[in-house]
Design a binder for this molecule. Sequence first.
Ligand code: GLA
Length: 736
Amino acid sequence: MPAFIKVSEDRIFHLGNGRISYVLNVSAEGVVEHKHFGQAITRVDNLPRTEKRVHRSCVLHHQDVPNYNLNDVAQEFPLFGTSDQREPALHIVNDDGNTTQVFRYVSHEVSEAKPALSGLPSARGDDSQSLILTLHDDVVNLSLELSYTVYADHDVVTRSARLINNSDVAVSIDKIASTCLDLPADDYDLLHLKGTWARELNEDRFALPKGRFSIDSATGTSGNVHNPFMAIMDRSTNEHQGRVVGLALMYSGNFAITAELGEFDSVRVLAGINPFNFSWHLPAGDSFTTPEAVQVFSAEGLNGMSQVWHGFVKNHISPPQFANQARPTYLNSWEAAYFDINEDVVLELADRTKDLGLDMLVVDDGWFEGRDDDTTSLGDWFSDTRKFPNGIEHVGALVKEKGLKFGLWFEPEMVNPKSQLFAAHPDWIIHVPNRVSTTGRHQQTLDLSRQDVQDYLFERIDSFLSSGHIDYVKWDMNRNMSEIGSAGLAKDQQRETAHRYMLGLYALLEKIVTKHPNVLFENCASGGNRFDLGMLRFMSQSWVSDMSEPIGRLPIINGASYVYPISVMASYICPVPSHLNGRQVSLKTRAEVGFFCAARGLSLNAEDVDADKEALKDIAVSYKATADDLVNGAFYRVKNVEQEVCWQLNSQSGQHVYLGYFHILSAANLPSRHIRMVALEPTADYRLQGTDQVYSGDALMHMGLDMPYVSAMQTTDDEFMEAGDFASRLFVFERV
Ligand code: GLA
């Protein structure tokens, strides 16, 4: 069914696609009320009543309308100043200093073309319909446009807001959310993804308490402490059944998402730019556009929600030229050689890459002028001719002559104080005059709100990419912002710096990826410090975490998969013992956990490669043979308990099914385990590769598959996992 937006005469708006419905209406007072986001409904003429407050103590009537109290009305864009005292979606300081706003519905427009968001990434709109509601505040002469897009093939509604100053005086925006989702009183659980460096994206689920729960970032990135995502679900929802709404922001800077369980037990979810340390001076005649919020609904539990996210990211957010393309397998120089690279080392690694049968060699950090360690030279984007006498592009050409692809690392947004760039332009950094600029990893953040900084970076990066020898770029970003201010902005605009930085970054990325559409970009920020839909709009894949050790990575990939498809995730096989946590994990487990990210490779030095050469060749064969399934298949979380994680991937045609079972810590005398698989063809037969065992889909789903027994005492003929900790098994089924 195509996406549709139906508008009834009594101003009820029904957005749907036959599977989901999003319903709102305009009250007699011109307030835009929220009515439903969930399963499709057929008739919207008998909407649930608007709550009435007939008990008088402390209860306000909205604008003298008896018994109509906005504190208890689900709204599309709640305001502050009248009868709603919960957190508002908008907070503006008017020219006369007060903060009351009353926006009322004026008109609407339905469009087949999804409106672009000025300066910000947004989801592509093919096969969608959009609604733009216009509201107006007559006293201050401001207009507000609320935009909605509903999609035919995805159970998604995107939202954004635009504030237009029609008056002849400036106002100051202290807060403007991208979306508000007011949910009716019920028992809800909340799920979000939390963490820190090397432990990003771990899931956290709990019953929503009374009060307000916020996740946010003030780091200048979306951050690794909280991902800009939240899911609210019925308490009975689990991985495989139940209603759930997921919400994520397409924004890579400071964000806030709050969920408030209010006095009448309804839930308000607000998401947008973090209002903390934000203020936007909006001159007369100007407008401000919020980032886009993406809202998905599933009645099929968290896996169902993830399927919606995965399909939507792939079809409407990821750069289309790579979205369905198998990712090249690669060898990355970072954990292989760190800063000790030169032409010989790189060519030697290229020979190993070729010999193993991998597709691409990636030169990570350390290739540019003076970069011998992490204290120096970021910003000086010229080849270090001590290490690469003929330039890094020449090495790229030599690598490509071997029949490989060539990739290069950049950290464009940063500068080391010890660099030629900083010496020439000390005011090009984010800073506050007369204060020490705190360093992070010995570096400062370049002020991307400045056009001259954007132009310098474009020229430098473009000069390398224009050589035609670079197929892939890892775009890194390794510190958070501090002493936030810009030499390019006026006094009353200093709190615009962090958002203007994002607008500058997006403009730079847009220019680069548009000019170099055939370069595959990977997003990285100390691992997952900026892993969000905004970056994924420009970059086809993301380095999920610096935690390259597979057991440490399990909860990270598991958590990331709630929102992000494995088609955008990158991993590599790390050296042992792990440089991150010292764990000694077998090559088998490293390869089988790494299997479940579409961009797969190694970061091993020549010696490590030689030591495991034959096994690595087999891994390369398996990675390459399955590369298409990783990008185009459907990924499911099957089990995630204390010592066991199990994931399943169905190839797009359903012909191949991969089941990864990971057993973390060993113990004696454990129970036997079996796994109930998911999403199979019930009556189809599946042959387990390497055996002549054939199972029906319904048997695998409802009876389950026995897992090899975990024991060090392998004294029978039964199937065992490898003895000891960190065991894994990859089952491959073929539909017969
Ligand atoms: C960051 C990245 C790593 C690596 C180093 C290089 O830490 O996350 O993968 O590229 O920078 O300095």
